[in-house]
Ligand binder design. Structure first.
Ligand code: PLP
Length: 459
C-alpha cells in the first residue's frame, strides 16, 4: 500500500466518515463501538484498508462489479485522456467513445442493435419499464402495460424497480409503489414449489404462463428476469426453463427483458448470461461490469424492432422516447468501457472466468463433502453461491447470524466474501462469490480455504 497518508491523517478520515458518511445498506449503530472500514488502495484482486491490512477480494468490490480487477492504469489513462478532450455533452448529441463502445458492444450481442446510456443498473431497468409503458400507450391502446418480475430477482433501488422486486426485504417500508407490476414464481429447484419432479424447469416456466393467463395476455407487456438470479441466492436456471420461457413470451407477445446488471460483460464466462441459454431478448440491461467500477455507466439495449416503435410517427411530437439521463452523457463511462472490453479480450478473461469458475465450483463441491452446512452449490463462470442449511435432510435454511459469522470469519482471515443480505426473510443463507475475472488458481484456492476454515469454526 502506498503510504501517502500518515496514520494521524487516516484517523481524521475515519472520524470524518463516522461523523458524516451515511453508508449503503448498513445499520450505523455498529459504528458507535467500532470504526467504519475505509479502503484506500487496490491492485488486481487485492485491497488495503486504512489500517494497512491486506484483503483478497472474492466479491469484486462487494457487489460483483470490479470485473477486471483494481489498479488498471490503462482505464484511468483512457478516462483522463477523454476528460481533458471532452468531458460532457448531453446524450441528445453523440460522442466518440459512446459511438465506438455501442458498436463494440452490439458486435457481442447478435440480435440487439441499440444502446441507451445511463448511470446505474436501476436506471437502465427503469428505462425499459418506461419504454414498455410507452409502447403500451402508443401501440396497444393503453393495454399491455403490466410488467412481470420474478420472486427472488432484484432490479434496483428506485421506486419503479422496487415495484418489480422479488426480494421483500428490499422493498418493505418503501411503498406505496407504482401499479402494474406482477410477481411470477422463482425457479430454484432446490426449493421446489412442486415437490420432487422430473421436469422442474418446464413447470417453473409454466407457472409464468399461468400468471400471464390469469392477468390476461392483452394486459402484459413485458417479463423482466435475471439470467441467473444474483442477490436472491445465485440461482442458475433449471434445464428446460429458458426454452419454455422464450416460447411463452412469443406466444403471448410479451417482450422479454433480461437484466444483466450482474451477469453482463463476462461474469459468467460468456459476454452475457443469456447467451448460455440461447435466449433472444427484446431488451438487455447492464451496468456493474460494463466499466468495472472505473466510471459510472449503464446500458439499456434493444432490438431494432423495439427501437422502430419509437420513430414510426415523426409528425406526432409525443411519439419518441422522451427520456433523458443527464449523466448518461458523461463520456468517461464509454471511454472506460471500451478499455475494459479490450482488457477482457486481450487477456482472455472469458476463458479464465470459465476455467477458474470450474475450479471454484469444484472446490466448493469438495467442501460440501466435509461440511454438512453446505446444502447446495450453484453457479456459472466466476459467479458462485453456496446455500447453507441447518439440516441437509430437511433443507432448513441456516440461521442468518451463522451465515454472517462465516462472512465475518473469512474477513478476519483476510478474504472478503459475500452472502445474500436483507433479501428474503428466512432465506438470507447463501454465500456469494464473484472474484474478478483475473483470478488465479492460487486466489481461488485461498478463497476456498478461507471458507473451509470459517465453516469449521462457525458450524
Ligand atoms: C440484477 C440487478 N439488477 C439491478 C441492480 C441495480 O443496480 P444499481 O445498484 O447499479 O442501480 C442490481 C444491483 O445489485 C442487480 O443485482
Amino acid at each position: 500500500m502506498n503510504g501517502s497518508l500518515r496514520s494521524n491523517d487516516m484517523q481524521e478520515v475515519i472520524e470524518a466518515d463516522r461523523a458524516h458518511v451515511w453508508h449503503h445498506l448498513f445499520q450505523h449503530k455498529a459504528f458507535e463501538t467500532t470504526d467504519p472500514r475505509v479502503f484506500v488502495e487496490g491492485k488486481g484482486m487485492r485491497l488495503w484498508d486504512a489500517t494497512g491490512r491486506e484483503f483478497l477480494d472474492a466479491v469484486s468490490g462487494g457487489v460483483w462489479t470490479v470485473n477486471v480487477g483494481y489498479g488498471r492504469a490503462s482505464i484511468a489513462d483512457a478516462v483522463r485522456d477523454q476528460l481533458v478532450k471532452l468531458n460532457y455533452f448531453a446524450g441528445s448529441a453523440g460522442s466518440i467513445p459512446a459511438a465506438l463502445f455501442s458498436q463494440r458492444l452490439i458486435e457481442k450481442m447478435p440480435g440487439m442493435t441499440r444502446v441507451y446510456y445511463s448511470n446505474s443498473g436501476s436506471e437502465a431497468n427503469e428505462k425499459v419499464f418506461k419504454m414498455v409503458r410507452q409502447i403500451a400507450h402508443r401501440h396497444h391502446g393503453g393495454r399491455k402495460s403490466k410488467i412481470l418480475f420474478r420472486e427472488r430477482d432484484y432490479h434496483g433501488t428506485t421506486l419503479g424497480t422496487l415495484a418489480a422486486c422479488g426480494q421483500p426485504q428490499r422493498a418493505e417500508q418503501y411503498g406505496p409503489f407504482p401499479a402494474g407490476f406482477v410477481e411470477v414464481p422463482h425457479c430454484l429447484e432446490y426449493r421446489s414449489q412442486f415437490g420432487k419432479v422430473d421436469n422442474y424447469g418446464e413447470m417453473a416456466a409454466d407457472a409464468i404462463e399461468q400468471v400471464i393467463l390469469r392477468e390476461g395476455p392483452d394486459t402484459v407487456g413485458a417479463l423482466c428476469l435475471e439470467p441467473i438470479t444474483a442477490g436472491g441466492g445465485v440461482i442458475t436456471p433449471p434445464a428446460g426453463y429458458w426454452e419454455k420461457v422464450q416460447d411463452i413470451c412469443q406466444r403471448h407477445s410479451v417482450l422479454l427483458h433480461i437484466d444483466e446488471v450482474v451477469c453482463g460483460v463476462g461474469r459468467t464466462g460468456a459476454w452475457f448470461g443469456y447467451q448460455h441459454y440461447g435466449i433472444k431478448p427484446d431488451f438487455v440491461t447492464m451496468a456493474k461490469g460494463v466499466a468495472s467500477g472505473y466510471a459510472a455507466i449503464s446500458c439499456t439495449t434493444s432490438t431494432e424492432e423495439v427501437f422502430n416503435l419509437f420513430k414510426d410517427d415523426p409528425a406526432d411530437p409525443m411519439s419518441f422516447f422522451r427520456d433523458i439521463s443527464t449523466f448518461g452523457g458523461c463520456v468517461a463511462g464509454p471511454a472506460a468501457a471500451l478499455e475494459n472490453m479490450r482488457i477482457i479480450e486481450d487477456e482472455n478473461l472469458l476463458e479464465n472466468a470459465r476455467n477458474m469458475g470450474m475450479r471454484l465450483m469444484d472446490g466448493l463441491n469438495a467442501l460440501s463433502e466435509r461440511h454438512a452446512a453446505i446444502g447446495e452449490v450453484r453457479g456459472k463462470g466466476l459467479f458462485c453461491g453456496a446455500e447453507l442449511v441447518a439440516d441437509r435432510a430437511t433443507r432448513e435454511p441456516a440461521d442468518e447470524k451463522l451465515v454472517q459469522a462465516v462472512v465475518a470469519d473469512c474477513m478476519a482471515h483476510g478474504v472478503i466474501i459475500g452472502a445474500t443480505n436483507r433479501s428474503l426473510p428466512g432465506y438470507n443463507n447463501t454465500l456469494c462469490l464473484s472474484p474478478a475475472l483475473i483470478a488465479s488458481a492460487d486466489d481461488i484456492d485461498r478463497i476456498v480455504e478461507a471458507i473451509d476454515g470459517a465453516l469449521s469454526r462457525v458450524f
